[in-house]
Design a protein around this ligand. Structure first.
Ligand SMILES: *Cc1c(COP(=O)(O)O)cnc(C)c1O
Length: 370
């Protein structure tokens, strides 16, 4: 699905130099590489504070810990996402409230969101799925009306622009009270191990989250809160500093591949290509088709026989996952999510796809769905 090797080969001298500098300085924890990356990321995103941390799941957890949410507080998120989004809500003893998605953008349905709000609701976690922003303007209006926090799960959308009605833009993850991202290797800005970051424009939340990621410590060895240990490794920060400089160019290459795919599948009665909303740019973390009346497993096998990976993100909605079975939910509750889980398929998507590969992939798929 990704080609990290070819990408690395193009930036090898810069990456190797960055890693060597960390080793030479023996500045393994929170050294100049981490500080440098933090300020470069703040500048890139146009956000006041970036708090590096160990992974995207921690970013979400730290965000929720810093908001001081209490057991029983309800946090609304979507049923169509990676498990981490709901996992941290459950882990903290908060109540995950799941809602459906929009069938075109795959992002949180504003109607479902409105219906899910109760007197116990404290926060909304929109997920910018597959690289495109959720309807943040509508979400922020609802949050304001009901006095809720908004934590953006921007793990799949780093670098995407949200476009407001007045034409102004902000980077994914910088619109809500807090934004979270992941630097897992296959993410759009991936390091060579685990990594993550939290964004905020709020000085108090910034302070609190820096305390939470560092064992709840305010003054050295004085722990005012129960915190966690969540740091971005210095070697990973050195790699990310190099890759951040290429992030927009990588997004361009992903968009090129996406338009190649979408052109090849245009107007096919059995294939729905990704919808590009007018309130967001798309950074195509995934290129995901919705199939109509196609044997998906047989298609996957056909592609696998041609050595083309094709993955299902995600096969089971959160409300039907074993660990999250809850009497509040049953099969049929979120029709769009359930239909998508049964009909989506994602094709290889990364910055290194060339025309020859794209033609081979599209030809192979069309050979099966004719
Ligand atoms: C990857 C991902 C996460 C978790 O990130 P990790 O770095 O793997 O912990 C959370 N939410 C979404 C939507 C993701 O895609």
């Amino acid at each position: 699905m990704v080609d990290l090797k070819s990408q690395y080969e193009k930036i090898k001298p810069e990456v190797d130099k960055g890693i060597q500098e960390v080793i030479d300085a023996c500045a393994f924890i929170n050294g100049p590489a981490v500080n440098g990356f933090q300020s470069e990321m703040e500048k890139y995103l146009g956000v006041k504070h970036v708090i590096p941390c160990a992974n995207g799941t921690d970013a979400l957890q730290v965000a929720m810990m810093a908001l001081g949410l209490k057991p029983g507080d309800e946090v609304i998120t979507v049923s169509f996402t990676f498990i981490a989004t709901a996992e941290v809500i459950a882990l903290l003893g908060l109540t995950p409230v799941l809602v459906d998605v929009d069938p075109d953008t795959f992002n949180i349905s504003i109607d479902s969101l409105k219906k899910a709000i109760t007197s116990k609701t404290k926060a909304i976690v929109p997920v910018h799925l597959f690289g495109q922003c959720a309807d943040m303007e509508a979400i922020m209006e609802i949050a304001k009306e009901y006095n809720l926090f908004v934590i953006e799960d921007a793990c799949q959308a780093i670098g995407a622009d949200y476009i407001f009605k007045d034409g102004s833009r902000k980077k994914a993850g910088t619109i809500g009270h807090i934004g979270c991202t992941s630097f897992f290797p296959s993410k759009n800005l991936g390091c060579y191990g685990d990594g993550g970051a939290i964004f905020t424009n709020d000085d108090d939340l910034d302070k609190q989250m820096r305390v939470v990621v560092n064992h709840g410590m305010v003054v050295r060895y004085y722990h005012d809160y129960i915190g966690v240990n969540s740091r971005l490794d210095s070697i990973q920060a050195a790699i990310l500093r190099v890759k951040l400089q290429h992030l927009d160019e990588y997004a361009k290459a992903r968009n090129y591949a996406a338009s190649y795919y979408s052109k090849a599948f245009a107007n096919h009665p059995k294939i729905k290509t990704p919808h590009i909303a007018n309130n967001s740019t798309h950074v195509f973390h995934q290129y995901t088709l919705v199939l109509n009346n196609v044997d998906r497993t047989a298609l996957q096998n056909h592609m696998a026989a041609k050595e083309i990976p094709a993955m299902i993100y995600y096969p089971v909605p959160l409300h039907l996952q074993k660990a999250y079975i809850d009497p509040r939910y049953k099969s049929g509750d979120f029709p769009h999510t359930e239909a998508l889980c049964a009909s989506v398929i994602s094709l290889p998507m990364h910055s290194e796809l060339d025309d020859e590969q794209l033609k081979y992939i599209t030809d192979s798929l069309l050979e099966f769905i004719n």
